[in-house]
Write a protein that binds this ligand. Structure first.
Ligand SMILES: Cc1ncc(COP(=O)(O)O)c(C=O)c1O
Length: 204
């Protein structure tokens, strides 16, 4: 089935302004369905999540629906979906939590391709724990992040590998399954930044 450009374009009211948005990292326009859902939620009484009253129950339902929608998009379990103010804030929370289990001499592997959101939280958590940061480099001729280098970067002390599934700056899509395989072989966790890749294809 051909991609229905007109229908997709019509779903974004801001596009009627006529700008051509070529800078993907420069900001995201909002679909009408999202605008309507946010507006509807604000036009009804909502309270802190609680089963004790109607506004509280409404909030519980809204959050449950949102988690299901995200899980549907990702092919994931709603129970594994965590909502938060931003990717950066969520990764900071994750980094602080995981970093508390790291010891001096542990290692984390980060990439030069990644957005700062998937770099700085890990650098700071590593500094706090006395862990070492190792860097995966971008091939400057191809713009790729070669997965093979991870065989040298990952070792017995690696606790975490953080890598983007899609660069917001140059569009590179690293071979995440290959990188994850190397990390998982030594028992390391993998934090994949899907902010820029998820809208472009299935998440598997
Ligand atoms: C690839 C990528 N990761 C992370 C982020 C940070 O997202 P947030 O603004 O939700 O913290 C961005 C924002 O542009 C991004 O493009």
């Amino acid at each position: 089935m051909p991609f229905d450009i007109a229908r997709t374009r019509a779903a974004y009211p801001a596009l009627t302004e006529g700008f051509v948005h070529l800078d993907g990292a420069g900001g995201t326009q909002t679909a009408a369905g999202v605008i309507d859902a946010v507006t509807d939620a604000m036009r009804t009484a909502v309270g802190n999540r609680s089963a004790a009253n109607v506004p509280g129950r409404r909030s519980l339902e809204l959050v449950a629906e949102a988690r299901s929608a995200v899980a549907d998009l990702l092919g994931a379990d709603p129970a594994g979906v965590v909502l938060g103010p931003s990717a950066t804030a969520l990764i900071y929370t994750l980094a602080r939590t995981l970093g508390a289990t790291w010891r001096p001499g542990d290692e984390v592997v980060l990439s030069r391709l990644d957005h700062d959101a998937n770099v700085r939280p890990w650098v700071q958590a590593a500094e706090a724990a006395g862990a070492t940061v190792r860097w995966a480099e971008v091939d400057r001729h191809t713009g790729e992040l070669p997965a093979a280098q991870y065989a040298d970067l990952v070792g017995e002390r690696t606790r975490l590998v953080a890598v983007t599934a899609g660069s917001n700056a140059i569009g590179t899509m690293p071979d995440v399954p290959a990188i994850a395989k190397i990390a998982h072989a030594v028992g390391a966790l993998v934090c994949v930044d899907g902010v820029h890749s998820v809208p472009h294809g299935p998440t598997t």
